[in-house]
Design a protein around this ligand. Structure first.
Ligand SMILES: Nc1ncnc2c1ncn2[C@@H]1O[C@H](COP(=O)(O)OP(=O)(O)OP(=O)(O)O)[C@@H](O)[C@H]1O
Length: 637
């Protein structure tokens, strides 16, 4: 065999492991909505056309005069195949291997796990959401052939696989020139996808808004002669350019499902037509009802909004049209004020897009504000799904006005709400008593843990509301939102509580000073200080962080992120409740004999149980158990 003949021979390659698992799931699970394979392939074809058209704006030579954009469906009854043909950007041999032999995205494992857990009827959508739509072909085909030729004059190549773990690539001919043919050798039970009527119906349902014509051949009899013409299956209307009153809710929902791969309707649709102002643009935005897979597995998207200039896709998932915290909002923006050949580099810091960005953020915030005031139940559902992004926005937004608006959109649980119910900062401030100067909050792992926290005892006694913050992002939020309506936000577990003391209390504190001194000396380096407190009512002792120090929650968060070593753990102050019987008992031990070893032992026990109460780990659990056992033995003897 000559070297040239070697090159002609098909080369067999293995799919990457994750892809094998994915294909296995696709082939061996029964799907209810098999037809979405067509939506995925048509969408890939449309993307390929968008890409070559975009390239052609700056490099017209690449188009070789062929700008008759078309996605053609070719069913073949005899061969039992369906071909999806496009004149898009095409792929070289290397690109075919790269694109169709691996799953490039990270987070694939998590995706596969989610896919396995999902109900069968949800799986096809998940496959689309994760951007592995091409493989949906194997839901209906037992063999798939791809013949592609890259734009710019490269060689055509053929890819073929039965989805069982291997694929082959070989050189090929593509008389049509640039573009891609995906040919599905349909399974026995998928022959319905040969019917022109069925194909028309599926295109109408899922791909009606695709800008490029999706065509199939139509054979008609005329004067005894058969005539073949192209039938365009999609209406090709850019829905975002149509006047609002012309678009029905079901049209919006269908478009949303097409771009998002979501199987539920959106929670809110925002159709913007900004004209006559500082900048002209149209936008069609959707707030999803639920977080999709694209926000659960792998690294998160930075944007879910596509940027068009007069119907031409300029940037997929553009970060220039909305602030990062709105990345859960899906949709399109079409801006007539930009030149068509705008380069990707000049999109950054573009003054037109900066205006679009602030206008768009304003509209989304306005929609959320309206939803919050007119349909709180729906807003609460939204907040449960996406509230974390609003918290991020509140923390990161530079503009004071937007920061305030975002803060007003936040919902919080508090000691005054029932579990699962919410208050707002505005309501909190309105309910504050005249003598209360600050907004109190407590950060911790769960509402239940926080409710039983000793830090709340004094607040309960004074009937003061405390916000209960249980999400990892809350710590970050609170650090950058230090005030709301001129009221400072203050951690309930930090700093000293300075209540007025009665004369008796003052005397008692004076008498306890030596005991406090001994405990401090015995605990040594473990604590920053030991002092008496009025914050406790039932508990004997508690640990508090000094004002400005990192909270135990933040320390645990940093440790979980593997960054615990970066900051030395901050020492806490051990506060003792002078009104507690344990402290009184210690005081009498101390009065009898200041050197009594039990003072140290009980002091350490008080410290350790305060460590447990704040949700941290005891440094020496064995010593803690020993001291506890000694105590039990003493009490029961
Ligand atoms: N018709 C086509 N023409 C050119 N390239 C294609 C075509 N179909 C697929 N590809 C290439 O193969 C890749 C993998 O396609 P697949 O459908 O699995 O995911 P995707 O299209 O990248 O994801 P998403 O659905 O998020 O766009 C594409 O990104 C593209 O580069």
């Amino acid at each position: 065999m000559t070297a040239a003949a070697d090159l002609e021979a098909p080369q067999t390659m293995q799919f990457k492991t994750e892809l094998k698992q994915l294909l296995d799931l696709i082939i061996h699970s029964l799907y209810t909505k098999k037809e979405i394979f067509l939506r995925e392939l048509v969408s890939n074809a449309a993307d390929a056309i968008d890409k070559v058209r975009f390239e052609g704006l700056t490099n017209p030579g690449i188009l070789e005069g062929d700008t008759d954009w078309k996605i053609r469906l070719i069913p073949d009854e005899k061969a039992k195949t369906l071909t999806i043909r496009d004149n898009g950007i095409g792929m070289s041999r290397e690109q075919i291997v790269e694109n169709l032999g691996t799953i490039a995205k990270s987070g694939t494992k998590a995706f596969l796990q989610n896919l396995q857990k999902a109900e069968a009827k949800e799986r096809p959508e998940l496959i689309g959401q994760f951007g592995v739509g091409f493989y949906a072909s194997f839901m209906v085909a037992d063999r798939v052939t791809v013949i592609s030729r890259p734009a710019g004059g490269g060689e055509a190549a053929k890819w073929e696989s039965d989805g069982q773990g291997e694929f082959s690539v070989s050189p090929a001919e593509r008389p049509e020139g640039r573009g891609t043919d995906v040919t599905l050798h349909l399974r026995e039970d998928a022959s319905e996808f040969l019917s022109p009527w069925k194909l028309r119906e599926i295109v109408k349902r899922y791909s009606d808004y695709i800008e490029h014509p999706i065509v199939q051949a139509k054979v008609t009899e005329k004067d005894g002669k058969t005539e073949t013409t192209d039938e365009v299956l999609n209406s090709r209307q850019a829905i975002w350019l149509r006047p609002k009153h012309e678009v029905k809710a079901e049209d919006y929902n269908a478009f949303y499902k097409q771009i998002s791969h979501d199987f539920e309707d959106p929670a809110k649709t925002i159709h913007i037509s900004a004209e006559g102002g500082a900048v002209e643009f149209r936008a069609l935005l959707f707030i999803p009802s639920k977080k999709g897979m694209d926000f659960m597995a792998g690294p998160e998207k930075k944007s879910s909004i596509d940027l068009y200039v007069r119907r031409v896709l300029i940037q997929h998932e553009s970060e220039e049209v909305a602030p990062p915290y709105l990345r859960f909002v899906k949709g399109v923006v079409d801006c007539a004020d930009l030149p068509l050949n705008v380069s990707r580099e000049t999109l950054q810091h573009n003054p037109v897009l900066a205006k679009v960005k602030s206008n768009l953020a304003n509209r989304v915030l306005k929609t959320l504000e309206d939803m919050k005031s007119s349909d709180f139940d729906a807003y609460r559902k939204f907040f449960d799904e996406f509230g974390v992004y609003l918290k991020e926005g509140t923390a990161t937004e530079w503009s004071t006005k937007d920061k305030e608006r975002l803060a007003d959109l936040l919902l919080f649980q508090s000691t005054a709400t029932k579990a699962g119910e919410y208050t707002t900062l505005d309501k909190y401030v309105a309910a504050m008593k005249a003598e209360q100067k600050e907004i109190f909050y407590l950060v911790g792992e769960s509402r239940q843990l926080l409710e039983n926290s000793p830090y709340l005892e004094a607040f309960k006694a004074r009937n003061e509301e405390v916000l209960l913050l249980t999400e990892p992002i809350d710590e970050y939020l609170i650090q950058s939102l230090s005030t709301y309506k001129d009221k400072q936000l203050k951690a309930a577990d930090r700093g000293e509580v300075k209540d007025e003391e009665t004369d008796d209390q003052k005397k008692q504190a004076e008498a306890l000073k030596p005991l406090v001194g001994v405990i401090k000396e015995k605990l040594g380096d473990a604590v920053a200080d030991v002092r008496l407190t009025r914050r406790l009512k039932e508990s004997a002792a508690v640990l508090v962080a000094e004002e400005g120090a990192m909270s135990p929650q933040m320390e645990r968060l940093m440790a979980r992120m593997g960054r615990g070593g970066e900051i030395p753990p901050s020492k806490r102050v051990l506060e003792l409740n002078p009104a507690h019987p344990v402290v009184a008992k210690l005081q009498s031990l101390h009065e009898r004999n200041a050197g009594d070893a039990r003072i140290e032992s009980i002091g350490r026990l008080l410290y350790d149980q305060a460590v447990v109460a704040e949700g941290s780990k005891i440094e020496d659990p064995a010593a803690f158990a020993r001291r506890l056992n000694e105590l039990i033995a003493l009490v029961t003897s």
